[in-house]
Write a protein that binds this ligand. Structure first.
Ligand code: PDD
Length: 284
């Protein structure tokens, strides 16, 4: 039986008591995180929970727990659900209150909901690469907030799936921003290029790990936006996220990237990334 955390309690799905008045339902008024679990341990937990608090602060919401308390809840969920390789999903909404747009009274406490599930590494994609489709970025201008408002992301991902692709690559005003649930990177003449961490993208934790690995490996990086034409002329392309890790992209809008196979720098970064996670999982 899966144990969830909801509103202060560890409980089974059947006894979950979620209010219809939760502002997450009405407005997507909340924030969330997805944290990877390898070998029963949370990966880059501090970074994720620190970003959760930053997202909450940006929407003027106070989380009624400390960062350490949330990490402890996440660890407990991993333990009681016996998750070895998987992830934690945690969201915080502004709470339950009759539907009006403005914030509810201060007496309404934000609601924290979380679960841990088993989810193997996407090794087929990591090894073979995936296809992506470019889609117009119609999101709001605060993509730096990991908010529950994901409608534009959902529609873009579906458009990609309908075209037989696994990810949509957003293009705003003639520039590539990021994926619908990932960050996007190109490699040209040995240089890794990715959109800077502005309000137009989510500054992914995996993105930050990759930039650190580039630095350690002596791979030059340019944090700058690039056009779809530049994207199509990249030697290599890859996307990153907590669940996708570093996934090579081999087809963009049906056209092969470089040689049509995952590139050398992508492979180097994947190997370095695998060294960061427990050996038993890395070799899975
Ligand atoms: N998505 N950009 C967007 C729009 C995302 O939704 C995500 C993650 C990322 C990558 O961030 P990170 O490396 O911190 O996971 C970038 C998560 C996994 C999701 O919504 O399921």
């Amino acid at each position: 039986m899966t144990i969830y955390f909801i509103d202060g309690q560890f409980t089974s799905k059947d006894s979950l008591n979620i209010s219809i008045d939760d502002r997450g339902y009405y407005f997507g008024d909340g924030v969330y995180e997805v944290v990877k679990v390898y070998d029963g341990e949370l990966f880059t937990a501090e970074e994720h929970f620190s970003r959760l608090f930053q997202s909450a602060s940006k929407i003027k919401m106070t989380i009624p727990y400390s960062e350490q308390q949330l990490i402890d809840i996440a660890k407990e969920l991993v333990k009681v659900n016996e998750v070895e390789t998987g992830h934690i999903y945690m969201q915080v909404t502004r709470g339950a209150s009759p539907r009006v747009h403005q914030f509810p009274e201060l007496s309404v406490a934000p609601v924290v909901t979380a679960y841990a599930i088993h989810n193997p590494r996407p090794l087929t994609n990591i090894e073979g690469g995936v296809s992506v489709k470019s889609v117009e970025d119609v999101r709001w201008l605060r993509c730096d907030i990991k908010s529950l408002n994901l409608l534009a992301n959902v529609l873009a991902k579906q458009e990609a799936y309908d075209a037989g692709c696994v990810e949509a690559i957003f293009v705003r005003d003639g520039l590539v921003t990021e994926g619908s649930s990932s960050n996007a990177f190109g490699v040209k003449d040995g240089v890794v290029i990715t959109h800077p961490a502005t309000n137009l993208i989510l500054n992914g934790i995996t993105r930050q790990v990759v930039l650190k690995l580039c630095n350690e490996l002596g791979i030059p990086v340019e944090e700058r936006a690039f056009t779809p034409d530049e994207m199509n002329a990249m030697d290599e392309f890859f996307i990153t996220s907590t669940t996708a890790e570093i996934t090579p992209v081999v087809l963009i809008d049906e056209k092969p990237v470089g040689s049509g196979a995952p590139g050398q720098i992508t492979r180097k970064l994947q190997e370095a990334f695998a060294r960061q996670i427990p050996l038993s999982v890395a070799g899975e």
